[in-house]
Design a protein around this ligand. Structure first.
Ligand code: ADP
Ligand code: MG
Length: 400
């Protein structure tokens, strides 16, 4: 599942497709978000950690302005494009697979050129990808694909751009070129996380802090439970939640919901009611404001070395996602309920919602029993078996 044998594999894949040796191999990880869901596009706080699962890119530059893209994980062979012709269509490609997987790396080349970092024929390259990040599981395989592309091109073309800037450029590629209105968290996590840490990120000014997150030292484990379901509802719901948050912020006269203080939440909700905003919108606001507060609580606990106590905060975060933001689903709720019933310290859905993955904080000694209980609960409910693995806080994008 990790990239231990990755460089060799990616080099072999590159050689098979292009018949030459690559100029290098790069890796960028997927992520789980510990706490802070749907807060990034509200200028708020998030706290992801990188997974050991990575997207690898073996790459070499080309001088003729041709961009060749090949994924060992996607059918359809090699995609060949000319860098000068890259341009987003209105509203992006329509998002995700409807635009084809190649829109993600092609969008990265476009954004590097659009930012003036690559000119003329620069950006041409042969790229071969291979990933261990489960796709569509809420673990940010798309950000890993973007960030590994940008990191490889930055090195190949000597761009010397910071990981934070790489993340911003990749977000722009996904927003404008692919057409997915994602926030900045996933790309920042993939670009900036470090081993043994969670990344506290202020999505407004992108200030960040690496917060030590040594689970093993405290006899704890963080399990990722990939439900292996993805409900269609997700895409429209994301845009809809985002629009509701932006409308509420405007009505309140603040730049973003991050500016609503937790202490003034009740007064803010009353104000929204007076302004004619319905109960649904008010719940959306309550989620964002309380979720930012939960991120702060988790940091306070981690800073004093009390990792166990973040469990109830995670579970409270799940309740808020489920009841106030309404982005959970039966499978995610079942992970949280069955894990907590079996002795987990806390659990929550992670990522955009409507399927994908949940995280479970558990004492090492109970990890196996809790995983088993979740799998059994899925069986009893008629769901397919989930995929369960430990989230080991790992390194961000790098050259291997
Ligand atoms: P997530 O980022 O949560 O995994 P997304 O729907 O945002 O889910 O992104 C998944 C999409 O990213 C895939 O459908 C595919 O288009 C693209 N993708 C991710 N990893 C790869 C890969 N290794 N090869 C080709 N395409 C990939
Ligand atoms: Mg994604």
């Amino acid at each position: 599942m990790t990239d231990e044998h990755g460089p060799g594999r990616a080099t072999a894949g590159f050689h098979e497709v292009y018949g030459t040796e690559p100029g290098g191999v790069w890796a960028a990880p997927g992520r789980v978000n510990l706490i802070g869901e749907h807060t990034d596009y509200n200028d708020g706080f998030v706290m992801p950690l990188a997974l050991p699962h990575t997207c690898l890119a073996a790459a070499t530059p080309r001088t003729d302005g041709v961009l060749r893209l090949h994924s060992g994980d996607a059918p359809g062979g090699t995609v060949e494009l000319r860098v000068e012709e890259l341009a987003p269509v209105a509203g992006g490609t329509g998002g995700g697979d409807r635009g084809g997987w190649a829109a993600y790396p092609a969008g990265v080349v476009w954004t590097l050129r659009d930012a003036g970092l690559l000119t003329g024929a620069a950006g041409g390259a042969d790229l071969y990808f291979e990933s261990t990040v489960p796709t569509g599981a809420g673990l940010s395989s798309s950000a890993a694909l973007e960030v590994v592309t940008a990191t490889a091109l930055s090195d190949l073309y000597g761009l010397e751009i910071t990981p934070g800037r790489i993340a911003q450029l990749c977000q722009r590629a996904e927003n404008v070129f692919v057409g997915v209105p994602c926030g900045i968290m996933d790309q920042m996590a993939s670009a900036c996380c470090t081993e043994g840490h969670a990344l506290f990120l202020d999505a407004r000014d992108l200030t960040q802090r690496q917060v030590p997150f040594d689970l093993a030292a405290e006899g704890l484990r963080l399990l990722v439970v990939d439900t292996r379901v993805k409900h269609e509802l997700g895409d429209g719901a994301y845009a809809n939640r985002r629009a509701a948050c932006e409308a509420a912020a405007e009505a309140l006269g603040v730049p973003a919901l991050r500016d609503v203080p937790f202490e003034g939440l009740d007064a803010t909700l009353a104000q929204l009611e007076r302004l004619g905003y319905d109960a649904t919108t008010r719940r959306r606001v309550r989620h964002v404001v309380t979720e930012d507060r939960r991120v702060e609580q988790v940091i306070e606990l981690l800073d004093v070395g009390d990792t166990r106590s973040i469990g109830p905060v995670l579970t409270a975060g799940h309740a808020s996602c489920r009841d106030d933001f309404e982005i959970s689903c039966a499978e995610l709720d079942l992970v949280v309920e069955s894990a907590n019933a079996a002795g987990a310290l806390g659990a929550r859905m992670t990522g955009g919602g409507f399927g994908g993955s949940a995280i479970v904080l558990v004492a090492e000694a109970d990890a196996e029993a809790v995983g088993k209980a979740v799998t059994e609960a899925f069986g009893a409910a008629g769901h397919g078996a989930p995929r369960i693995f430990p989230a080991v806080p790992s390194a961000g994008a790098r050259r291997l």
